[in-house]
Write a protein that binds this ligand. Structure first.
Ligand code: R5P
Length: 271
């Protein structure tokens, strides 16, 4: 692997721990102004310094993130469909590699909807993106998307999608946590991170999912809603960081979350 490719990957997967906390705020590219991501800058600003990298579209980046940021950028470069359209899977490439480099992205991200009628189009788009990325040292992160059919998040489907993504050249794969996740991670020859998916009922649920994913072979998370749809998103990302980078147990992470939450409250009271 060439220096540039290695260097970019090291901005996502921290060399100190071999783990990654990616903050995903790219949802608007197909969902529009989804809850708690209505005003991008407002959601991103308090969280960005706690993320190892930030995943978003070029429009969100240019409009809502200061160019002085030191947080590495993973650019979502697939899209072209919406939640109210005919199929979420009907995606194409929406950003050139040239623009990704212009934006100083450390990786480009593309969804693949395996098993849909658009599978071939998605996979060929990904392969072409890998060709472009390898030429200039930009890693491709493949998102093993499930569209509206969240029920498809089982081990067999996710193992299949992750393995195909890696075989086609993705340097990192993003998938979902599931029963039997160890099989998904162990049969994928490149590092896997998990998405959080829709907001879970409790903080502990999100901490347990993160902890178990790491224990079973994920290198980290690329998490969105379970962080920024939480009423205390900063406390939430700090606790997730502690699990990912310090192997903190879920109950300990909950204590950390509670203390961070209350810390803010008591500081506000003192004022
Ligand atoms: C899905 O493809 C989106 O691109 C999100 O980046 C991804 O789902 C992660 O966010 P969340 O943790 O909210 O699922």
């Amino acid at each position: 692997m060439d220096w540039g490719m290695k260097n970019r990957i090291s901005k996502i997967i921290r060399p100190e721990t071999g783990r990654a906390v990616m903050l995903a705020v790219d949802h608007g590219y197909f969902l529009g102004p989804t809850r708690d991501l209505e005003v991008l800058r407002k959601t991103i600003s308090p969280l960005i310094s706690y993320a190892d990298s930030l995943m978003l579209t070029r429009g969100a980046l240019r409009s809502s993130v200061d160019s002085q940021t030191t947080t590495p950028i993973v650019l979502r470069v697939s899209g072209g469909s919406s939640v109210i359209g005919e199929s979420l899977a009907n995606e194409g490439l929406i950003t050139s590699m040239e623009d990704a480099i212009r934006l100083n992205a450390v990786a480009v991200a593309i969804s693949i909807f395996v098993g849909t009628q658009y599978e071939k189009q998605n996979l060929l788009n990904m392969a072409e993106l890998v060709n472009q990325g390898e030429r200039v040292g930009v890693p491709v992160l493949a998102v093993t998307a499930v569209g509206k059919e969240l029920g498809k998040r089982d081990q067999r489907f996710l193992s299949l999608s992750c393995r195909i993504a890696a075989e086609l050249g993705a340097r990192i794969v993003k998938t979902y946590y599931c029963d039997g996740f160890e099989k998904v991670a162990s049969t994928c020859p490149v590092p896997c991170v998990i998405a959080g998916g829709p907001k879970l009922e409790t903080e502990l649920d999100a901490f347990e999912m993160t902890f178990n994913a790491i224990k079973k072979g994920a290198v980290g998370v690329d998490m969105g809603r379970n962080i920024w749809q939480n009423p205390k998103p900063v406390a939430m990302i700090k606790a997730i960081r502690a699990i990912v980078h310090e192997n903190m147990k879920p109950q300990e992470a909950l204590k950390l979350y509670e203390s961070e939450k209350n810390l803010k409250k008591s500081a506000a009271k003192k004022k």
